[in-house]
Design a protein around this ligand. Sequence first.
Ligand SMILES: *[C@@H]1O[C@H](CO)[C@@H](O)[C@H](O)[C@H]1NC(C)=O
Ligand SMILES: *[C@@H]1O[C@H](CO)[C@@H](O)[C@H](O)[C@H]1NC(C)=O
Length: 189
Amino acid sequence: MKSFLQLTIILGIVYCAIGVDYVITGRDMEFFKRCEKEDDEGNIALDEVFQANLDISYADDGEKYLANGNVTFKIPIPDGAIVKAHAEVYKWQRGEWIRTMFSLKRDDLCQAMFSPLEIWSAAVKSIPKEERICPPKSDTVYHLVNTSFQGEIPNLLIPDLAGTYKIVAHVTLAEYIICMSAVADVWRA
Ligand SMILES: *[C@@H]1O[C@H](CO)[C@@H](O)[C@H](O)[C@H]1NC(C)=O
Ligand SMILES: *[C@@H]1O[C@H](CO)[C@@H](O)[C@H](O)[C@H]1NC(C)=O
């Protein structure tokens, strides 16, 4: 299951403006999925909330994945509903996922989502302006065009940043809490 919200969250965690030293890439075609049971504090399954029709392919440079297609919401979210996000990042170390210092929190995700000031704005700018409805209604469709699964990270002065990471994001849409998860690799550019 692929999610536009989740993509923005992931890029939000890793995307920064100053000097790029590391690259992050989604693990495989299953970059986005429902959380494992132990991570899931949600109250509704991802595929009940929206349907993703995304075609994932390699870019011409053969190095990164591109997502093309659409994401359609299936549940009604009332106007003015609270939409917020909270993501935690874990690193695979010695056979287990260890929580890191990286996390992200937005108490008003709708306000942040399409803001050009947000660090993930590069990832969502392919969505046409007239589709930028937030909170989404029960038939809101977001189209993605060549949205990259790859981001860049500045050198955060952490000696062993390279590795495999898991991002666990909880998104609250009115009374619904959705858990989404992704695994990504980080390496030195
Ligand atoms: C969403 O994508 C699917 C599969 O590519 C396509 O059949 C459908 O027409 C698209 N829907 C919209 C509203 O673009
Ligand atoms: C999307 O990416 C493909 C493959 O890299 C490229 O051929 C195409 O021109 C791109 N389309 C747009 C609208 O950027």
